[in-house]
Ligand binder design. Structure first.
Ligand code: HEM
Length: 464
């Protein structure tokens, strides 16, 4: 008999219900059972959960030989597609990872910060001054615009509008809680059945229809760009059209479509949520905000800004965990985990390890700067680990830094309520419960005034 870890004895449906508040639930299980415990959730294989970076590293060491990540994400295949980097494993995954990675790393990102700052400034200009508004919505709008320009490379205003509205509809439909709560078998049937597709109230119908509408626009965009043959293009779509694998093969239209939708689904809400938490925390931490403002006003050095972003992603983990389906048995923390189980490093617990992060509830970016920085970095897993480490992590970090700096240089933000906002599940992310509500005022020392509304030189406004 394998020596299994301890865990909840409740039926699977009760455990699943408690995952509506995953942070609190897994914290209660860790307190009761220790750093390794098991869970059973409806529609998933039995799970073993770990709460230290060392145990997480043992799980991620099995990547590529002993475990699969894509197999646990099969529920996303109907709209991400069968070629998606997110849902594949083995050779097909590796081929796409090698084709996609260069478009999101190093030199490819060099030209992006100015454009991201421009997009952010344009949005900030529209923020209401003096009345409360939800920062989460503004961050979603900015990150969507960044995706349209940097990933899809769309400049034409009309095509941007068409793509924007269809992508928003897909993001809304595919993230609905009712879709995730639908039993796996019913969902698999409903996604393929012509009869189910005639029932508009089913979340599967809404998602598949939204996905078909996106496909129409995206395939049109791919065909247009193929005709253009722009070898200098710097957006992800342009680079994917030029990319060749080791055998010299290019990517088909369907492969490119699947990866564009994958980047959208994996990168949009996550980055917008990370940014919302950044402002939620900064507004309630005057000392950190003061030091950060000083650094931003001085210019060049962004070490503190980088530490702030890391501390936000540590303290308010956007994705609470990311696991692997075990193909072979694994010895973990003194227990025997059978093949066929899912092994999950729980980031929300790992980031609260008080041995690595003293007073873990405190928002203290200095942890990533002083002598404890090395240990802090080692247990820092907001982007996962192993070979499946988030392919967009560099872009996300850069995007967050540029947008935070742009906001701080232009407006002062205050919370409407000094109490911290609770973490709430939405899509696959943990968002601020009140959507990071704030009141903005123009920054009195702002070196960068809010940009003026562009004026038409021929038709002046009625008051002029
Ligand atoms: C703050 C923002 C983000 C967070 C917190 C985040 C987090 C994660 C996590 C936890 C994983 C799973 C890693 C694992 O299983 O080991 C992941 C995978 C992934 N992320 Fe991100 N992500 C962010 C932004 C982005 C962006 C901006 C993009 C792309 C534009 C992106 C694209 C992906 C893709 C394609 C994968 C799948 C990689 C694979 O399986 O090989 N992410 N991300």
């Amino acid at each position: 008999m394998p020596h299994l870890p301890p865990g909840s004895r409740q039926p699977a449906f009760l455990q699943t219900l408690q995952m509506r508040d995953p942070v609190r639930y897994v914290e209660s299980l860790r307190r009761r059972h220790g750093p390794v415990f098991r869970m059973k959730l409806l529609g998933f294989p039995p799970q073993v959960v770990v709460s230290t970076a060392e145990l997480a590293a043992e799980i991620y060491r099995t990547d590529g030989d002993g475990s699969r990540a894509g197999a646990l994400r099969a529920g996303y295949v109907p709209w991400l597609g069968k070629y998606s980097l997110f849902t594949n494993d083995g050779e097909p995954w590796w081929r796409h990872r090698k084709l996609l990675s260069p478009t999101l790393h190093g030199r490819s990102l060099a030209s992006y910060p100015d454009l991201i700052a421009e997009i952010a400034a344009e949005d900030i200009r529209k923020w209401p001054l003096g009345t409360p508004f939800a920062l989460q919505e503004r961050m979603q709008a900015i990150t969507l615009e960044v995706t349209l320009r940097l990933v899809f490379g769309v400049r034409d205003v009309n095509r941007q509008a068409r793509l924007r509205s269809s992508l928003l509809a897909l993001s809304k439909a595919s993230g609905s809680a009712s879709l995730f709560l639908m039993p796996a078998r019913l969902r698999a049937w409903a996604e393929k059945s012509p009869l189910a597709m005639r029932l508009p109230f089913l979340p599967t119908t809404r998602t598949m229809k939204a996905s078909a509408a996106v496909d129409h626009v995206v395939f049109g965009e791919i065909a247009r760009r193929r005709d253009e043959e722009d070898r200098e293009a710097t957006d992800v779509l342009g680079r994917l059209l030029q990319a060749r694998d080791e055998q010299g093969r290019s990517m088909s239209d369907v492969e490119i479509r699947d990866e564009l939708i994958t980047l959208l689904e994996a990168g949009l809400e996550t980055t917008a949520t990370g940014l919302s938490w950044a402002f939620e925390r900064l507004m309630r931490s005057p000392e950190v905000l003061g030091r950060l403002r000083e650094e931003c006003e001085r210019g060049e050095d962004e070490r503190y800004l980088e530490a702030v972003v890391k501390e936000v992603l540590r303290l308010r983990t956007v994705i609470y965990g990311s696991g692997r389906l075990l193909d072979k048995p694994l010895r973990l923390g003194g227990y025997d985990i059978p093949a066929g189980w899912a092994a999950i490093p729980m980031f929300s617990l790992i980031h609260q390890d008080s041995e690595v992060y003293p007073e873990p509830q405190e928002f203290r970016p200095e942890r990533f700067l002083d002598e404890s920085a090395k240990a802090a970095q080692k247990s820092f897993l907001p982007f996962g680990g192993g070979r499946r480490y988030c392919v967009g992590a560099q872009l996300a970090m850069m995007e967050m830094k540029v947008i935070i700096r742009e906001v701080l240089q232009r407006v002062e933000l205050t919370p409407t309520d000094p109490a911290p906002e609770a973490q709430r599940m939405w899509h696959a992310t943990l968002i601020p419960g009140k959507h990071a509500v704030a009141v903005a005022r123009q920054h009195p020392l702002s070196r960068k005034p809010l940009p003026e509304e562009p004026r038409c030189p021929v038709h002046p406004a009625p008051s002029e």
